[in-house]
Design a protein around this ligand. Structure first.
Ligand SMILES: [Zn+2]
Length: 241
């Protein structure tokens, strides 16, 4: 069947228009993906801060436990010292007295060390609490900012969805307007992953879809200007004008 030149030109024009609509839809998808990534980044920043606060709180608990152990240790030493002091009054020999005296001194030294460490831990406690407070403030700000930004981004996504809906309606109309053969061929290309199904024969005689040289016989057929041509990659070809 010989194709009518007018029909051919019209069909190609419709294909180009359909491709423009679909490229628009692809671009909207790409934008949406970027927006969703932005939301993920915002959320992971907040989650990261929450995790840090959790581990700092855990460290504070550990500090308190260690301090408690030291306090008990100091208390035990104190009891021991009191006991030895009492025993000192009851000993019969000088040797026993000296031995007890040494024990008492040793006990006092150990107690002093334990108390010193308790103080150290108290200071660490304060630092730790200040750190937690700082992070908690950061978290509050980050959450506030994330909520605001998320609202903006979600609005952008909603705008994309609205445009996409319009484009899908448009696409259906354009597809229905195409001769069936081209509509089917076009859909096959798109479904096989060729986002660009209608490619331009570029000035350097390559296909804008596959970037390969277009075979001379196809270029000849295109010059005859009587039928829609396809590149060896399967894509429909058009020239700029
Ligand atoms: Zn090609």
């Amino acid at each position: 069947m010989k194709e009518n030149p007018l029909h051919f030109a019209e069909a190609l024009e419709k294909l180009v228009e359909l491709q423009a609509t679909d490229s628009g839809l692809d671009e909207l998808e790409r934008l949406k993906k970027g927006f969703r990534q932005e939301i993920t980044v915002l959320e992971s920043h907040v989650a990261e801060l929450k995790n840090r606060i959790q581990s700092e709180k855990k460290a504070l608990e550990d500090l308190a436990k260690q301090r408690k152990t030291l306090e008990i240790e100091a208390g035990t030493l104190d009891t021991k010292i009191t006991k030895y002091l009492g025993q000192q009054n009851e000993v019969k020999s000088n040797e026993q007295f000296t031995a007890l005296k040494q024990e008492i001194e040793k006990g006092r030294e150990e107690k002093a060390k334990a108390e010193e460490k308790v103080l150290e831990f108290l200071f660490k406690d304060d630092d730790q609490k200040a750190q937690i407070q700082k992070l908690t403030q950061e978290l509050t700000q980050a959450e506030k900012r994330a909520a605001e930004d998320k609202k903006d981004i979600e609005q952008k996504i909603a705008d994309c969805d609205k445009s996409a809906q319009e484009k899908r309606t448009e696409r259906q109309k354009q597809l229905a307007d195409l001769p069936e053969e081209f509509a089917r061929g076009y859909e096959q290309l798109r479904n096989s992953g060729k986002k660009i199904a209608v490619a331009r024969a570029q000035d350097d005689q390559t296909c804008s879809g596959c970037h390969m040289n277009i075979p001379p016989q196809i270029l000849n057929e295109m010059r005859k200007n009587i039928a829609v041509q396809r590149c060896t990659c399967g894509r429909y070809l058009y020239t700029k004008d």
